[in-house]
Design a protein around this ligand. Sequence first.
Ligand SMILES: [Zn+2]
Length: 374
Amino acid sequence: MLSSTITRSLWCVLVLALIASGPALPAEMSGVLKTRTVVLIVSDGLRWQEIFTGADPELLNEKNGGIWETERELRREFWRTDPAERRQALFPFLWGTVAARGQIFGNQTQGSIARVTNGLAFSYPGYNEMLTGHPDARINSNEFGPNPNLTVFEWLNGLPELHGHVAVYATWGAFKDIFNVGRSHLPVQAGWDPPYRGTTSAREELLNRLYQSTTPLEDGDVYNAFLQVPLLDSLPAQQARVLFVGYGETDLWGHVGRYDQLLHSAHLFDHFVAELWNAMQALPAYSDRTTFIITADHGRGSGPVEWKEHGVKQKGSENIWIAVLGPDTPPLGERMHTAPVTQAQIAATVAALLGKDYRQAVPEAAAPIADVLR
Ligand SMILES: [Zn+2]
């Protein structure tokens, strides 16, 4: 009895000593991790309902979905009776590659919950939560201005081996504030700022002209297709180690109330992610050493009206989805009956995939999602 108590005490001391002696697990794992580049990709306000069950039959019409196309055309492209086939038709890369070879959380019908914890479920509070690792009650407006909090991107850019290899490409101009460019000095291509400077080729000049001469759907938010060009162009020279890619259209078309356009932009978002993945796999600097984390900043309401909006008034807007694909993520596929995961865990997960412990710098940040790390 006595000896077992002593053994137990010694064991406790040993465990405590191990915990206190050095960096947490992720830093120690850096030697075995294959990931060299992490890309965090967001499709703004894209609901988990579409991700897991495809096109919503209640919204494939003019009355609820505000569609301009004929229902028949839209159904030909996106409707399948079986939900698994339906989501595959809408998101072929997400289901054919990401979920098949990685993991995806958030199918509430299968007991998997991914959610925001900021209590507001709109964009700036959500991006702040995923990028800093914790919600901040002060950030209660999309026009909040420069972010007072340190993002995991700014922190990683401050580490000698990653400095200068962190970049942000986003359709929404507010990312200049969310990443606090005045303080962080991160390179941020965002909004309608023409992407090419200095001496430009004819092709670059053409895209700059389109940035300056296209009528916006929304003032602060450039089209996903426009952003994709400088993003792909940057890959060979940049040797990016940490990339943020923010696509905005899925949220805009929701607010406009056009479910046909929302489906088209969601389908194209999937295409852009596939294009980025394939472009990176074709370059030796990134091939087999790149991890994608793909998510949404918030959900939306449901039913015939509330799908258009999101926030505290639209029930369920806190629900999101999180997918991960890369060489260090076990291929567990669509996760079912898991413990809930949160948006706040994304920041430390980005760092952990690079062998870094973000919570040493920001103790209030949520822990990494352990299941996506081998
Ligand atoms: Zn919105």
